[in-house]
Design a protein around this ligand. Structure first.
Ligand code: AIR
Ligand code: ASP
Length: 294
């Protein structure tokens, strides 16, 4: 839904109140320069580096380049590692899923994939929430409520977490979200209806390739077009932020293999891509993709 920009929000945007997570002022002033290994000539301003991705200034105003790293972390950075080829696979998987979602009318920040590790996205003001949808009990829900992993939930459950590393992304209620102004009631209406559509669509899409969509995390952003604002899907959708289990064997095909030291992590990501019919054809060398050199 498109909404006119309210005067209050407009002045906040003009005054340069940075999106809380992607372009904090401290990072924006500390502009790194990168040279992309394989593409050779591309020099881009780095705006932000996260745990799994880097954001660079895009070629046009209002665009950014999202670079997918092989770095993996768990437990808010407590555990760190590299999953070789993950960046290439997540770039491709997220492209595919975002494109399919666009086809059914879900607005996203995705514009197009640029190369093995990068995609062009629209610059949005990230809403500082992690929206988690659960269809089957697992992970923190099982731990917190004592519901065994694998229990089918009576209905899909949506949870909200406040995106704040220093606080360890605490779970919050809609009351906190609206009271502290992280999102308006109208933003939340849009977020919930988009999230439910994404869940319905992705559940069916994954089921079609023998994968149960157990749970996943989404992020949304505000996209400003002139004086209008739309809430759009942002970030990525990949085995880094979905739990994906083989429907027959319940074998895990997602980042839990890394979080729980189960081994065969790369293979699991590749298998997801293979089943979706999008495994990059290139050999192992290309899986490394261009390397960012600072
Ligand atoms: N998630 C949450 N924060 C970061 C991520 N990636 C995702 C997990 C899982 C879902 O949200 O990948 O798919 C629920 O996570 P948890 O840990 O709350 O059970
Ligand atoms: N919370 C994220 C995860 O486990 C990553 C991290 O916290 O470092 O997926």
């Amino acid at each position: 839904m498109i909404r006119p920009r309210t005067p209050a929000v407009r002045s906040a945007a003009v005054a340069g109140h940075a999106p809380p997570c992607y372009i904090p002022p401290t990072c924006a002033t500390d502009l790194g320069r990168v040279r992309m290994g394989i593409t050779g000539m591309a020099r881009r301003r780095q705006l932000y580096e996260g745990k799994a991705k880097v954001l660079f200034e895009g070629p046009e105003p209002g665009t950014l380049v999202q670079y997918f790293k092989d770095d993996a972390s768990a437990g808010n950075g407590a555990k760190k590692g590299i999953i070789t080829g993950k960046g290439v696979l997540n770039n491709r998987i997220s492209e595919y899923l975002m494109m399919r979602l666009t086809e059914i009318g879900v607005p996203t920040h995705f514009m197009r994939r640029l190369n093995m590790r990068e995609q062009l996205i629209r610059e949005v003001e990230i809403i500082p929430l992690e929206i988690v949808v659960r269809n089957i009990a697992a992970g923190s829900l099982s731990t917190r409520l004592g519901i065994p992993e694998g229990t089918r939930l009576p209905r899909s459950i949506i949870e909200y977490y406040y995106k704040n590393d220093a606080l360890n992304d605490p779970m919050v209620a809609e009351e906190h979200i609206t009271a502290f102004g992280w999102a308006s009631t109208q933003d939340m209406d849009d977020i919930v209806s988009l999230t439910l559509r994404v869940n319905d669509f992705l559940t069916g899409l994954f089921l079609g390739v023998g994968i149960s969509l157990v749970d996943f995390k989404l992020e949304f952003g505000r996209l400003w077009e002139e004086d209008d604002m739309r809430v759009v899907l942002a970030d990525e959708i990949s085995p880094d932020n979905c739990r994906l289990w083989d429907t027959k064997t319940n074998e895990k095909m997602d980042k839990d293999r890394f979080r729980r030291d189960m081994g065969r992590v790369e293979e699991a990501y590749q298998e997801v891509a293979r089943r979706l019919g999008i495994l990059p054809e290139a050999g192992n060398n290309d899986m490394k993709g261009p390397e960012a050199m600072q």
